[in-house]
Design a protein around this ligand. Structure first.
Ligand code: KIV
Length: 287
């Protein structure tokens, strides 16, 4: 049976019913398929790909074309999840027109179902324009990694005087402009609770406590791909980094010891019947 696609309306209904929304980042079709099959509601093709996939120190170098490429891969992997494409640094900061053109290209070329952009009330004109053009927008306030240099690093936000009021005012402004959800990153849990209660649209927290309407984590972090990276707000639900290293170590040793491949993993000229069946079938052929 065809899975019912999660839409921005589904997410709003989930908030109304008090059902939590599970969001993960994804950057390729294989992980996207696994996350989708495991029940993730939303897959965010985050510009965190600049760090975990491309190996940069910040998200700043990611381009629109790279984002569109990863969005296409993720969209091909999912049947049910809503796919959000992140607007990379300097693809929307210069003007409303620039943001409109680049968001449109992420939807047309990347195939994602909505876009996310970082920033507060300053982006109200852009969000209104995108929504008017039929492009759903997820907001993102608190720690906004594209402002890494302005913020002086990756730091918890909203702790200074006036921080609570500014965050609440930004969240209300984004909702009024038509955003369908807002990511709250690295802010004190009590501020996130207050914002979540004040908004009709869902809040998605990362380092913002349990009282957001949903949670998002960078998938590579929650899967434990990098054993040396464990910020306080990340929970490792697996230790895939260690598992992968163990498997590859085993493979290397079996190749070196000539115990891989075995006869059962090799072909012989006498196996006529085997020669007539395909070596393997791809996921594409199954669909
Ligand atoms: O780029 C990203 O992965 C994000 C999430 C951490 C919210 O923006």
């Amino acid at each position: 049976m065809k899975a019912q696609r999660v839409t921005i309306h589904t997410l709003r209904q989930m908030k109304e019913r008090g059902e939590k929304i599970a969001v993960l980042t994804a950057y390729d079709a294989t992980f996207a398929r696994l996350f989708d099959e495991a029940g993730a509601d939303v897959l965010l093709v985050g510009d965190s790909l600049g760090m975990v996939f491309q190996g940069h120190d910040t998200t700043l170098p990611v381009t629109r074309d790279e984002m569109a490429y990863h969005c296409r891969a993720v969209v091909r992997g999912v049947r049910r999840a809503h796919v959000v494409g992140d607007m990379p640094f300097m693809t929307y900061q210069a003007s409303v027109e620039q943001g409109l053109v680049n968001a449109g290209r992420l939807i047309k070329e990347g195939g994602c179902h909505s876009v996310k952009l970082e920033g507060g009330a300053h982006y109200v004109p852009l969000i209104e324009r995108l929504v008017a053009a039929g492009i759903p927008v997820m907001g993102h306030i608190g720690l906004t990694p594209q402002s890494f240099h302005q913020l002086g690093g990756f730091k918890v936000q909203g702790r200074d005087a006036g921080g609570r009021e500014r965050l609440l005012a930004d969240a209300l402004a984004l909702e009024a402009a038509g955003a369908y959800a807002i990511v709250l990153e690295a802010i004190p849990a009590d501020i996130a609770r207050e914002i979540s209660a004040a908004l009709a649209i869902p809040t998605i927290g990362i380092g913002a406590g349990v009282e957001c309407d949903g949670q998002v984590l960078v998938s590579y972090d929650m899967l434990g791909m990098d054993e040396s990276f464990k910020p306080r707000f990340v929970r490792r639900f697996a230790t895939l980094g260690a598992t992968i290293k163990e498997a590859v170590g085993q493979y290397v040793s079996e190749v070196r010891g000539s115990t891989f491949p075995s006869d059962a993993e090799s072909f012989a000229v006498t196996e006529k019947q085997a020669a007539q069946v395909p070596l393997y079938s791809t996921g594409a052929a199954k669909k």
